[in-house]
Design a protein around this ligand. Structure first.
Ligand SMILES: Cc1cc2nc3c(=O)[nH]c(=O)nc-3n(C[C@H](O)[C@H](O)[C@H](O)COP(=O)(O)O)c2cc1C
Length: 166
């Protein structure tokens, strides 16, 4: 619960290197997500190259935070590897959320930048990251050291909870 409640979007970062060990932990968190029929259809493009990170700000209108990020992970899916193709996006979303929670728990910050199913974003990311034809970009996660202290809020809304029937 602590890690889930601490997670929030971070869009401003101060510099600093993120170790390969930490990046591997984040990918491990992503790959530990549930997936329909355990299809695990994901791939992860881990980005640390400064120029490549900066360039993402030019392929997505809401990804300017990539200019300050120390690293980024592009979560991708391989829909053809799935028995239940219609669950491809839900499986990838579970991986993204796991990564975001792990980021926060490791004292870093990140934000979910939506790519799929926007056709233009998908085409732009496919081209920019030279993805093969059978791979779909799903979400971009810029990661860094947060500039500002964590916000705390309580979003529990019991009016949205329905017991046994609506
Ligand atoms: C599918 C999805 C797409 C999102 N796309 C963007 C985006 O393009 N740029 C951005 O700054 N934030 C994006 N966000 C982050 C949301 O704005 C953020 O999660 C929401 O405002 C709630 O704030 P919190 O993450 O701090 O709880 C996206 C979140 C989701 C789940």
């Amino acid at each position: 619960m602590d890690a889930i409640l601490a997670r929030h979007s971070v869009r401003e970062f101060v510099g600093g290197k993120i170790s390969d060990e930490t990046l591997e932990k984040l990918v491990h968190a992503g790959m530990s997500a549930p997936s329909a029929m355990h299809s695990a259809p994901w791939h992860f493009v881990v980005v640390t190259d400064r120029d490549r990170l900066n360039g993402v700000s030019g392929v997505h209108p809401y990804a300017a935070m990539s200019l300050q990020a120390s690293a980024g992970i592009l979560v991708c899916g391989e829909p053809d590897s799935e028995i239940l193709k219609e669950f491809f996006d839900q499986n990838c979303a579970a991986a993204v959320e796991n990564i975001l929670i792990a980021v926060s728990d490791l004292g870093l910050g990140a934000v979910w930048v939506g790519v799929y199913p926007n056709k233009t974003h998908c085409e732009n990311f496919t081209k920019y990251f030279q993805l093969p034809e059978n791979i779909a970009p799903f979400a971009w996660i810029p990661i860094g050291y947060p500039k500002n202290p964590a916000k705390q809020d309580n979003r529990l809304d019991l009016s949205r909870v329905h017991r046994n029937v609506w």
